[in-house]
Design a protein around this ligand. Sequence first.
Ligand SMILES: *[C@@H]1O[C@H](CO)[C@@H](O)[C@H](O)[C@H]1NC(C)=O
Ligand SMILES: *[C@@H]1O[C@H](CO)[C@@H](O)[C@H](O)[C@H]1NC(C)=O
Length: 382
Amino acid sequence: MGDQGAGSGGNALKRQLAESPSHQKIPLFLKTFLFLVCVSAFIMCLALSKSSLSGWQRFAFHQRYNWLFNQTFRVNKVPAYRIHPKHKAFVTATHKTTEPPTLKPRGIEYHQAYPKNYDFVMDNPDVCRNRTPFLVLMVPVAPKNIAARDAIRQTWGKDNMVQGKVVLTLFMLGLSDEADAEKVKLENQQHHDLIQSDFMDTYLNLTIKTMVIMDWLATRCPSAAFAMKVDSDMFLNIDNLVIMLQTPGIPQQDYLTGMLAKNTNVVQSKNSKWYVPEELYPEPRYPTYTLGMGYIFSNDLPEKFVEASKSIKPFNIEDAYIGMCMKKLGLSPTSPPNPSQFKDYNRQYNRCEFSKIITYILSTSEQLKRYWADYKKPGPHC
Ligand SMILES: *[C@@H]1O[C@H](CO)[C@@H](O)[C@H](O)[C@H]1NC(C)=O
Ligand SMILES: *[C@@H]1O[C@H](CO)[C@@H](O)[C@H](O)[C@H]1NC(C)=O
């Protein structure tokens, strides 16, 4: 009986250990204990090392924990897409799912001009995968302005090879109520040169448009050497621009050039197109910036601008806003090798003059086509 008892008792214990989940109790407890010891040791190490860290490292630590905390916090929240319900139907209908939609926190993150608040509806991600452009021309244009796009496609945006270098021309569009979404889609299927993002395409939103251009360059075309933001009403002597960018001594990094605006006063008159309320920009003057009709930059800058825009309040003057981003980065625009090549308003066409300049502001797309045809005619220019 004793043997049996002991035997059965022993068997009972074995069976208990084998069958009951409680057999894991001891190792699990041990594991938990060891884990806690490790965590405490890690925290102690951290506390000790923190005292010897530089201010920057401490900041980085703080950032990381802050980020971790935010991620944990977000997981527990009901995910919400940022797209305004009004645009949802449009976006769903035309969204080319090149990448799965990412979850974003509710509301505007950072500032309204921070481009990652917006999603691309069309982004032609392959255009820079198939070749490495020397220069990318980014043209902000309203969705309905097909005439301007067609004129550019027939003139300075026509050739992908300029002076032996690969040059791409792309158009940046926002959303518009008037524009026929289907038409825009077809136009892109034909030309593969439209980039569209889901912000409302209005004059006051031009800063958003510029920052979305920067986001596209940083994420879809990082291999390009240079880029230019150029308005759709411009005459662009693309040959001279490519030649200029190959001038010895042109910086390959942190380079922004164009027609410089120095000591420009902020427009305080409410009737002006360029009026900026004091709440948006409290200082009386802008830092030196490049005028928005056409500025050229080394393609390392877009990513830096996107980062800088997190902490710069947006205002509706996109070129001055880029000036603010430069200032924030501790940089300033550079004067072009020959500043007289960057002209503003054109009064009269002159074949000799147009063969020497880089930019001129025109009035109509018809002018652009006419002047271009003449400039490209064989024979001496001057
Ligand atoms: C975490 O969230 C807080 C509050 O929303 C914000 O101030 C902070 O910048 C966030 N930190 C990071 C690293 O995202
Ligand atoms: C700018 O775009 C945002 C996002 O689409 C929109 O909510 C806002 O109304 C626009 N602002 C103006 C002034 O058009």
